[in-house]
Design a protein. Structure first.
Lengths: 169, 211
């Protein structure tokens, strides 16, 4: 007696899905269509903007001024001393480092040379002696005088175009 | 056993999945063609025309939750985007309802996952994920059933497996023919009929057992 008929079950089930849609369903859908276009534009523009930003960052890192090497007291003294004149020879006065080793008369390099990587099984490479480098006196480079021969030019002759119409057609 | 039989019936005949569908009404065809050419007004007319059945289909999967309204709108947006690819193999209505159903199932899965995680985080007892099924509608007191019986029937419908419950709710919504339900669910027509009968039988049996 208490068991519902199939039609009653269907009636209850039907009630479980009833409900009128909102009156503004059409407006909301059309609004979503518009905003979707804007969103698509934004999604397309976002990667481009990110790429441009990365490019700027990359260029900025590449063009960043190099970090100056840590200056030794001798190099600092050399840099603060007046620049040697062109006539000053190898006898010019150069500040002596505390260790008694002669410092280079050249200004300190802007950047320290990178050390060679240490490979296992190979002896460490000793840095070159500054005195030996200073002793190198390369011969002066001779540049021969450059002579440029004038180029002979003739006036340009343009043949007449008459009589070629049938060929073009 | 019921689930196994349903599964076997579901996969038996792929050719039967595509049921013959009624031809598209001329006015709908004109609106679809205009919308495909980019007319939003025409698409708006299609929205007005189908909003009721779309919402009801979404509610069969999601209940009276506001998700159903949101999924209905989302399905229309997807339909607008996919409209150039609509070949007319099925009617626009069936094609649209298939989109709605997929969207609704996606939302239901997401909601169940979210609810499961929320319950696990709070340590709550397990609750029926379809508790949100429509219950705000007035009880069918016009029928001969008592309020208590209506409540029990509704409870037993909620307890059904998703396949049986979905099919029963779609079939009883009064909006779809069995052929259309078969197309929406992607199952043979015979499977739809079997699921509806099985759902009714299970609900009746459980009510008898608890009486």
């Amino acid at each position: 007696v208490n068991t519902p008929a199939p039609i009653d079950i269907d009636a209850v089930a039907r009630r479980m899905t009833t409900g009128a849609p909102a009156a503004s369903m059409r407006a909301h859908v059309l609004e979503r269509l518009s905003s979707r276009g804007n969103r698509r534009t934004m999604w397309l523009a976002a990667p481009v903007a990110a790429g441009v930003a990365l490019l700027f960052l990359f260029v900025a890192v590449l063009r960043r001024p190099e970090t100056p090497a840590r200056e030794t007291p001798a190099a600092r003294a050399t840099a603060s001393a007046p620049a040697p004149s062109a006539t000053s020879g190898p006898d010019a006065q150069v500040a002596q480092p505390p260790g008694g080793r002669r410092a280079s008369s050249r200004p300190a390099p802007a950047r320290a040379l990178p050390l060679a990587p240490r490979l296992p099984g190979l002896p460490p490479v000793a840095p070159p002696d500054v005195l030996q480098i200073d002793a190198i006196q390369p011969a002066a480079v001779e540049i021969p005088q450059l002579h440029i021969e004038p180029i002979a030019t003739e006036p340009l002759r343009i043949p007449s175009l008459q009589g070629t119409g049938s060929r073009q057609r | 056993v019921t689930a196994a039989v349903a599964h076997l019936v579901t996969i038996d005949d792929p050719a039967a999945v595509v049921a013959p569908l009624d031809r598209e009404p001329a006015d709908i065809r004109a609106l679809v063609d205009a919308a495909r050419d980019g007319s939003r007004d025409a698409f708006g007319d299609l929205v007005t025309r189908y909003e009721s059945v779309v919402l009801r289909t979404a509610r069969a999967a999601l209940g009276a939750h506001e998700d159903a309204e949101d999924v209905a709108q989302e399905a229309f947006v997807v339909a607008w985007r996919k409209l150039p690819g609509f070949r007319g193999d099925a009617t626009f209505r069936t094609w649209l309802l298939t989109i709605v159903w997929r969207k609704a199932l996606d939302r239901r899965r997401w909601r169940q996952l979210w609810q499961t995680r929320t319950r696990a985080a709070r340590g709550d007892d397990e609750a029926d994920p379809v508790d949100a099924l429509a219950s705000r509608a007035p009880d069918p007191e016009r029928t001969t059933m008592s309020r208590d019986m209506v409540r029990r029937v509704r409870s037993e419908i909620r307890r059904l497996s998703p396949r049986l419950r979905d099919t029963l709710l779609l079939a009883t919504s009064g909006e779809h023919a069995y052929e259309e339900i078969a197309a929406i669910l992607g199952v043979p027509l015979g499977t739809v009929k079997w699921r509806v009968a099985e759902a009714r039988r299970i609900v009746r049996r459980r009510l008898e057992e608890t009486t």
